[in-house]
Design a protein around this ligand. Structure first.
Ligand SMILES: NC(=O)c1ccc[n+]([C@@H]2O[C@H](COP(=O)([O-])OP(=O)(O)OC[C@H]3O[C@@H](n4cnc5c(N)ncnc54)[C@H](OP(=O)(O)O)[C@@H]3O)[C@@H](O)[C@H]2O)c1
Length: 289
């Protein structure tokens, strides 16, 4: 897209609220902040957001879409609701969609998809490409923020991260970079895979967090069976415990260790390192106490 088109798009976007779904989550919250930092009007939507929006309650969709020309979609995992949502968005006059997708969705061996998450994301991507709207897709790998806000935050707080991930590594990506790619506004028709600049093992990750926070945190590798048994002892239903162990398997197998160049391609700068993520989270008081 040339400079004139970017200008036109910014103008169109700034006259109308920009809808962001999943606006209270790890990626959506940062998309909202980064758009507002650019001076753009944002409608932050989720079940507990300023705009009450529930993917499962289609009556909330029209209010969210009223007057909107541009949408940033964080989907509801395990569903195929993006397609009907985009059909409705087109009827409301929406012209542009940006989708937060995921890396690995084209690889049938990436993960056992028991919750239908990858199937849902694949359908969302197809719906976006077939929508007739101007579109951009970002496919991030494992978020660095899983350690500070997500799956691993409780373990980081307790000082011991116990996982069936062996000495596997991943190129964890800072959600600030994910949001920066999503909100850049120049990339019509592009799909960007985004990751951090190098693979980091779980032992390295917790050592880096220890350094940034001054707290002792250790990583304890478990077998998948021992991990499932631990979760069941904590009250998890066995099927859920098994499914969660399956989610960790790509980490153990290093299936997310490769580095993608999406941040560099989209933004012309390198992705933030895990150490930069850990230090900036500490500076903002963002580590779980
Ligand atoms: N985490 C990772 O490492 C990772 C890696 C690659 C891809 N992804 C994908 O990236 C996407 C975003 O992940 P994330 O980590 O940013 O999510 P997240 O932090 O778990 O946030 C989920 C968001 O969805 C909203 N939400 C939940 N149920 C909803 C419903 N029924 N209707 C409307 N909103 C609902 C939540 O807000 P309310 O509770 O207020 O409704 C929240 O804002 C997901 O599709 C995920 O699969 C994640």
């Amino acid at each position: 897209m040339d400079r004139l088109e970017v200008g036109r798009l910014t103008e169109v976007m700034s006259e109308h609220p920009i809808l962001v779904t999943g606006a209270t989550g790890k990626s959506g919250r940062r998309v909202v902040r980064q758009l507002r930092d650019k001076g753009l009007p944002v409608r932050a939507a989720s079940r507990t957001g300023a705009c009450v929006f529930d993917w499962r309650d289609r009556r909330t969709w029209d209010t969210a879409l009223e007057g909107v020309r541009s949408v940033y979609l964080v989907q509801l995992d395990g569903t195929k609701l993006v397609r009907p949502f985009l059909e409705r968005a087109v009827r409301h006059g929406v012209r542009r969609v940006v989708l937060a997708s995921g890396r690995g969705i084209d690889d049938p061996h990436y993960v056992k998809d028991s919750g239908g998450v990858l199937d849902g994301i694949r359908d969302s991507e197809a719906a976006v490409r077939e929508s007739g709207l101007e579109w951009t897709i970002s496919r991030p790998g494992w978020f660095a923020q899983n350690f500070s806000e997500g799956f691993f935050a409780d373990a980081v707080r307790s000082g011991e991260l116990r996982l069936p991930a062996g000495d596997g590594a991943a190129s964890f990506v800072d959600a600030e970079d994910i949001a920066a790619v999503l909100t850049d506004g120049r990339h019509a028709g592009e799909t960007y895979e985004v990751s951090g600049p190098r693979a980091v093992t779980l032992a390295e990750a917790v050592a880096t967090i220890s350094e940034a926070t001054g707290r002792a945190i250790r990583y304890v590798p478990l077998s998948a069976e021992a991990y499932v048994a631990e979760l069941v002892r904590q009250g998890w239903p066995p099927a859920d415990a098994r499914a969660f162990a399956d989610v960790i398997e790509p980490l153990r197998e290093g299936r997310d260790a490769h580095v993608s160049d999406g941040v560099l391609r989209a933004l012309g700068r390198p992705a933030r390192t895990f150490a930069e993520f850990a230090a900036s989270t500490a500076a903002q008081g963002g580590w779980p106490a």
